[in-house]
Design a protein around this ligand. Structure first.
Ligand code: NDP
Length: 331
């Protein structure tokens, strides 16, 4: 079996010498254990944080040990009656082709007709649930709200736009890093307006897209986007701070944020969240979004990179914005 190890801590954007693909011999299964052939691996922005040796809400990857992360696959050998051979499962032993361990570390997932198992890593998995949590529990989205989301063409962002619509937002605005992504947001994902932040003047572009201001900002980026949101939020506006990808590869001080006096003058609420505290919303998310997904009201994209060998390139590509929707590796 092969697995990716972190061998050096990246400085700025990760480089190939920071990681190594190692071959290991797996021990025979113990009682109650299963062996899973991974079919899709998830690469996610939070993994960049785990490559740094700083305490965070998930512990750093350890040097010279296999990295972990979301994956879906199928049981190929089993010593557990709970998960017979052939069962499709999701789990957290990604960055490798074969995972094994106690059956309780693996969760059964539903195989939807005509839909790739990878959907459980994206739209119907962690990233979909993140969008749902941020909008509903954190931002308290109400019918009629004007919603702005950054990183809008990514895995979380595309779901934020659609869940906002489903929940009755009056206007949905997104920002992304290319003209193609911006076009996709309005043509495929139902956004009312979208802009390319690489064209500059994030504040001006946001205000042109939101003549009546915004009520909710779903922040995936931080920095200039967060500053622009403070200037544009209406009274009693809410910000769900989900990520700050603009800073993940930063080597110096974080980009400053301005406009924070608006928190007082406009009675804003700003709240960060990490999914570890919100798994309880999973059944509600499945009940609300599952049917909309099944009857085709929700669309999603995946950017699929083939081969375990290319997992690191897929990860760096994600940080560079080479994905539309969820970035996954197919084995
Ligand atoms: P995405 O699919 O959105 O991929 C990352 C995207 O970030 C890229 O496609 C790129 O798109 C964009 N990006 C990269 N650099 C910058 C930059 N400097 N400024 C603006 N955009 C940039 O990933 P996810 O959907 O998985 O994650 C989105 C956000 O949600 C991240 O911040 C992540 O950390 C966060 N997150 C938080 C969770 C939580 O529990 N709080 C759980 C899951 C995700 P573009 O071409 O538009 O630049």
């Amino acid at each position: 079996s092969s697995q990716w190890h972190l061998v050096a801590r990246p400085h700025g954007e990760p480089v190939p010498s920071d990681v190594a693909l190692r071959t290991v011999d797996l021990p025979p299964l113990g009682e109650g254990e299963v062996r899973v052939a991974n079919e899709f691996l998830s690469v996610d922005p939070y993994m960049r944080g785990r490559m740094n040796d700083v305490p965070s809400y998930v512990p750093p990857f350890r040097l010279d040990e296999p990295m972990t992360g979301g994956a879906v696959g199928r049981v190929v050998e089993s010593r557990s009656s709970d998960l017979p051979v052939g069962t499709a499962v999701s789990h957290n032993d990604g960055w490798r082709d074969v995972a094994q361990g106690p059956a309780k570390a693996f969760s059964r997932v539903e195989e939807l007709p005509g839909v790739s198992l990878s959907v459980h890593l994206g739209a119907l998995g962690l990233t979909g649930l993140t969008a749902y949590t941020g909008l509903t529990r954190i931002a308290g989205l109400k019918e009629g709200d004007v919603v702005f989301v950054s990183g809008a063409a990514g895995a979380v962002g595309t779901m934020v736009g659609q869940i906002a619509r489903l929940r009755g937002a009056s206007r949905v605005i997104g920002s992304a890093g290319s003209a193609e992504k911006v076009a996709l947001l309005t043509s495929k994902y139902g956004f009312d307006a979208a802009f390319n932040y690489r064209d500059g003047d994030v504040l001006g572009q946001l205000q042109a897209a939101a003549p009546d201001g915004i009520d909710v900002y779903f922040d995936n980026v931080g920095g200039d986007h967060l500053s622009a949101a403070f200037e544009t939020l209406n009274r009693f506006g809410r910000i769900a701070v989900c990520g700050a990808i603009g800073a993940y590869n930063a080597t110096g001080a974080e980009q400053g944020v301005t406009g924070t006096t608006r928190i007082v003058t406009r009675s804003l609420r700003v709240e960060g969240f990490t999914m570890g505290d919100h798994w309880d919303l999973a059944p509600e998310f499945a009940a609300e979004v599952g049917p909309a997904f099944a009857d085709g009201r929700f669309v999603f994209d995946e950017t699929v990179v083939d081969g375990l060998d290319n997992t690191f390139d897929a990860f760096v590509g994600l940080l560079r914005g080479q994905n539309v929707g969820k970035m996954v590796v197919r084995l």
